[in-house]
Design a protein around this ligand. Structure first.
Ligand code: ADP
Ligand code: MG
Length: 615
């Protein structure tokens, strides 16, 4: 019998290796941006089409490559960055495996144009699935342009596995932001589908933070700096009062590489102890500079974990830096944006494909919640007697301050799960009353029903909005005076991607692309007039949170976001009919027991429990 073991052809070996390096368009963005930074570029442009699925291109003004190097750069394990194994321990560049370009070229159509400043003519290379289709001299600006088209064109299974455009775009923006934060000295430009998302001028870290996250961050940054021998921590933390419900604006960089580090995160969180409102997360960008020999980054290319040889010292210094910044908060003058020193690091950063951080417990709650069956008993069975009040839904709307919220528009009235009684046969409602303007209490057959008014309303609205998204028949109220709202670039890009869905909810708007501005011309008819255009902004925030942390799909994320934003708050006084409507509508929901994000809406104290309270 002949021998059967064979070496894999390069193209297949490359495709297999690509599986590790290239997971999605954002991975390509990360690798290309890092290469450009490694090449000493001062201006980087990232062009993205179709959330990177059709095109990811990075154009830089860095060192460029010779003709031979250009050809070599596409071979596996071809790198200019290390030549001896010792080099591995003193790494200051991102790349060193020489895998990225080869991997990308194995699963996409790549066009590379490059010229060194000292050469008169550059090189153009065209590769498809590892196969070189063309190599020729070309007139091109000094620097390098790598265009990656139709990612996974030859691996349909992976292409189908890509997420929706807003999700992929979010990953791209995450990578871009990490590079931008770690390198405020670079000019960075991002265009998606031909429109500008970011145009970041070189500056200091504070200016960069404002450039990325928006002008209101100007007011909320506290500078940090702490140093012991061989270790320096500096950057900015957010004022505690500016902390948000959203995780995701926390960044550690170690020698310019983006890292995740739960132990160090803990150091920051404990420094904020008692200063934060419940369930809020502080903003921070902290740059850790440490002797490269005391940090191990030689882990998997897509990982952002690093090992410090002396974690406890790093913890202590991070903690001290943050505590000091917070302590000085009350005394310190505001940051002078122009004079502020630049915290740029000699090294670079290595972001990763961000993992969605849902704790196992959170996820489980959520899973459990979604697998929950609708309650077997209808709400009517909760009550000792028929109790529907005549005119509850039919009363003049003006009487109910929360009518638009509590009353379902006629076209969406949920099917009552039992035949309503003819009005004349109905007795008056049993006692419903409000406790601490937060809970609604009512006596039912099995005991005492308590609703959390805000949570209950959130559930009701969620079902309503979800239904509306599915039916595609929004009821829009035109605005007399269109309202303009400037959005953060990333939010604007996101809104462009999910425009149809936001419209399906009942918002009507135009997008002023050059100004990154939303022009609101209509709003959902049942949205109280007290909400202005900024409801869209918080909608986007919440949408990201729902999608990333709760892993809800598009419609669910949006419906939950709007419900959360518009539900009546704790502290709102409710009239008896409003309370009744809340109870009725909650039990008309298929899943009345929890909010979309898993909080309890109601509890029942049964008679036994009640009696046991009195011995
Ligand atoms: P690595 O970054 O790990 O070395 P890559 O596959 O990303 O591996 O790149 C291979 C080589 O190609 C790099 O070592 C570098 O010499 C060259 N190269 C890649 N991108 C650029 C660029 N934008 N400008 C100049 N040289 C580049
Ligand atoms: Mg590289």
């Amino acid at each position: 019998m002949s021998d059967i073991i064979r070496l894999l052809p390069d193209s297949i070996a490359n495709q297999i290796a690509a599986g590790e390096v290239v997971q999605r368009p954002a991975s390509v963005v990360k690798e290309l941006l890092e290469n450009a930074v490694d090449a000493g570029a001062t201006q980087l442009t990232l062009l993205v089409k179709d959330a990177g699925k059709t095109l990811v291109q990075v154009v830089d003004n860095g060192s460029g490559m010779s003709e031979t190097d250009a050809r070599m750069s596409l071979e596996r394990h071809a790198t200019s960055k290390i030549s001896r194994s010792d080099d591995l321990f003193a790494l200051r560049t991102f790349g060193f495996r020489g895998e990225a370009l080869a991997s990308i070229a194995a699963v996409a159509q790549v066009e590379l144009r490059t010229r060194r400043p000292e050469d008169a003519i550059g090189t153009r290379l065209q590769i498809e699935g590892s196969e070189v289709l063309a190599q020729e001299p070309v007139a091109t600006p000094a620097g390098t342009s790598v265009a990656v088209k139709n990612l996974f064109f030859n691996v349909p299974a992976r292409r189908n596995f890509l997420k929706s455009n807003p999700v992929e775009l979010r990953h791209i923006l995450d990578e871009f932001n990490r590079v931008a934060l770690a390198n405020p000295q670079l000019a960075l430009h991002l265009q998606q589908n031909g429109t500008e998302v970011y145009n970041l001028k070189p500056g200091n870290l504070a200016q960069r933070i404002v450039g990325i996250f928006g002008k209101n961050y100007k007011e909320m940054l506290l500078p940090c700096q702490e140093e012991v021998s061989g270790l320096r921590v500096q950057g900015y933390v957010g004022k505690p009062e500016a902390a948000r419900k959203l995780r995701g604006e926390q960044f550690f960089f170690a020698n310019g590489r983006y890292i995740r580090h739960s132990y160090l995160h803990h150091a920051v969180m404990t420094a904020y102890e008692n200063l934060l409102a419940e369930d809020t997360f502080p903003f921070y960008v902290l740059l850790i500079e440490i002797d490269p020999a005391r940090i191990d980054v030689n882990v998997h290319p897509t990982k952002t974990e690093v090992k410090f040889d002396d974690e406890r010292t790093v913890y202590a210094v991070v903690s001290a830096a943050v505590r000091r910044a917070l302590g000085a908060h009350h005394l310190a003058p505001r940051i002078d944006f122009e004079l502020d020193t630049n915290f740029a690091l000699p090294g670079h950063l290595q972001p990763e494909t961000p993992d969605q951080t849902v704790s196992p417990a959170e996820y489980e709650t959520f899973q459990r919640y979604f697998q929950r069956k609708p309650p077997t008993e209808g709400w009517e069975q909760l009550y000792p007697e028929p109790r529907r009040q005549p005119g509850l839904f039919g009363g003049p709307p003006a009487e109910l301050r929360l009518d638009s919220l509590v009353n379902t528009p006629a076209d969406e009235t949920p099917e009552p799960s039992a035949e309503p009684m003819p009005p004349e046969a109905l007795p008056g409602p049993p006692g419903v009353f409000q406790v601490r303007r937060q809970y609604v209490a009512s006596q039912i057959k099995s005991g005492l029903l308590l609703l959390d008014q805000q949570a209950a309303h959130e559930r009701i609205l969620y079902e309503r909005y979800l239904h509306r998204l599915g039916s595609g028949e929004p009821v829009v109220q035109q605005e007399l005076f269109p309202e303009r709202l400037a959005l953060r670039p990333a939010d604007f890009a996101l809104l462009q991607e999910i425009k149809p869905e936001v419209e399906a909810l009942g918002f009507a708007f135009e997008l002023d692309v050059p100004q990154h501005t939303l022009v609101l011309t209509g709003r959902p008819a049942d949205l109280p007039t007290s909400f202005n255009a900024s409801v869209v902004e918080t909608l986007l925030e919440q949408f990201k949170e729902n999608r990333d942390h709760l892993k809800l799909n598009h419609h669910e994320s949006l419906a939950a976001a709007l419900a959360k934003r518009t539900a009546i708050r704790a502290g709102t006084a409710l009239s008896a009919p409003e309370m009744q409507a809340l109870i009725d509508q909650l039990f008309a929901c298929p899943h009345p027991h929890h909010t979309p994000d898993g909080r309890k809406t109601l509890t029942i104290i049964n008679w036994d429990t009640l009696e046991s309270l009195f011995g």
